[in-house]
Design a protein around this ligand. Structure first.
Ligand code: SAM
Length: 322
């Protein structure tokens, strides 16, 4: 198990992700009218956040492919659908979906209690109702870390502790039989491979109709990958789950071992060129001047998206056998 210090630096990764996303939103890469409520554009030492164009393009591809799979899931699952976002940080997906009229039964966000407490404070003080106005029911708080509001639930838990997590999911009225998607955006890498495998196995055993959407590093063993990991470690981060990110094949194996039967794992370079709209892609490529396409390609080759399902009742999503 990891020390408190490790957990603290892992929680800080959320600030970095949120600020990178906000920097891209401000430049017009995609629309998010909610994110600025959760995060500010200056760092702790007061400097303005700046991200290189390839970083913003990487985040654009990440946001866009995640939304593509979420829409696919919601279209198939219908109004009973549940989304459970683990290590959700300050993600705004719930509000973006609701403001666009998406229909689902419940959206549960889980993160360390210190992170959910911060998110809860922002939600509570959103005076204009911009955030609470999209909840189906009036919000009820629990211990300053948890919030329940009908279709939106925010709960503090260490997802490596299944008993604790399961209790929190029960408090969020999660239906074990309803079609459910677990979203893990840049979070599994921070736990040991055995822990993420155990977590995913618990999910596949507990839910009858389960899909998983996971975004994280891949190909970490080549030159670029090693430098990328070193840079993260220099900032005090221990990537405990790095072993599952050596290759696409290893990622697939973890999914199979955890009980998933169908799915696709792609590196983000093939996503960027094959799965995203050419029109949209050309539009975002024009936002800033990127003189090194090679840099973007290398960066994209080191991230992956997995979309997997284990669905004896519901058909799979047309994805191949793993
Ligand atoms: N998913 C968000 C996104 O992509 O914008 C946040 C990503 S951030 C890189 C990783 C998040 O996972 C942090 O908020 C961190 O606190 C959370 N996290 C990592 N390990 C966790 C654990 N064992 N239990 C709960 N949350 C965890």
């Amino acid at each position: 198990s990891s020390s408190v210090n490790d957990d603290y630096s892992v929680q800080k990764t959320n600030d970095d992700a949120s600020q990178s996303k906000l920097a891209a939103v401000k430049l017009g890469y995609w629309k998010d009218e909610f994110l600025a409520r959760f995060v500010s554009m200056s760092t702790e030492d007061g400097r303005a956040v700046h991200r290189d164009p390839e970083i913003s393009l990487g985040y654009w591809a990440r946001i866009t492919i995640i939304r593509h799979y979420i829409d696919l899931f919601l279209a198939k699952a219908g109004e009973q659908a549940q989304i459970i976002s683990i290590g959700s940080g300050f993600d705004t997906l719930f509000w973006r979906l609701k403001s666009e009229g998406a229909k689902f039964a419940r959206f549960v966000e889980v993160d360390f209690a210190s992170v959910t407490a911060k998110k809860l404070r922002v939600i509570r003080r959103s005076s204009s109702n911009a955030l609470t106005g999209l909840f189906r029911e009036e919000a009820h708080e629990n211990q300053h870390t948890d919030l329940h509001a009908g279709d939106y639930h925010l709960v503090g838990a260490d997802v490596r502790q299944w008993a604790e997590l399961k209790t929190k999911l029960e408090e969020a009225n999660v239906d074990w039989k309803a079609p459910t998607l677990v979203l893990a955006e840049c979070v599994l890498i921070y736990m040991a491979v055995s822990q993420s495998e155990e977590l995913l196995s618990h999910f596949t055993k507990q839910f009858t109709n389960l899909a998983l959407l996971s975004y994280e590093q891949v190909n970490v063993n080549d030159d670029f990958g090693r430098v990328m990991v070193e840079n993260l470690e220099k900032r005090g981060l221990r990537l405990a789950g790095i072993g599952a990110c050596e290759s696409i094949e290893i990622q697939k194996k973890r999914l199979v071992d955890a009980g998933f039967s169908h799915g696709t794992v792609d590196d983000m370079n093939s996503v960027f060129h094959k799965k995203l709209s050419v029109e949209e892609r050309n539009k975002v490529l024009r936002i800033e001047c990127l003189d090194e396409m090679e840099l973007l390609k290398q960066l994209n080759e080191h991230y992956s998206i997995s979309f997997a399902s284990r669905a004896p009742e519901m058909d799979n999503f047309g994805e191949p056998t793993l």
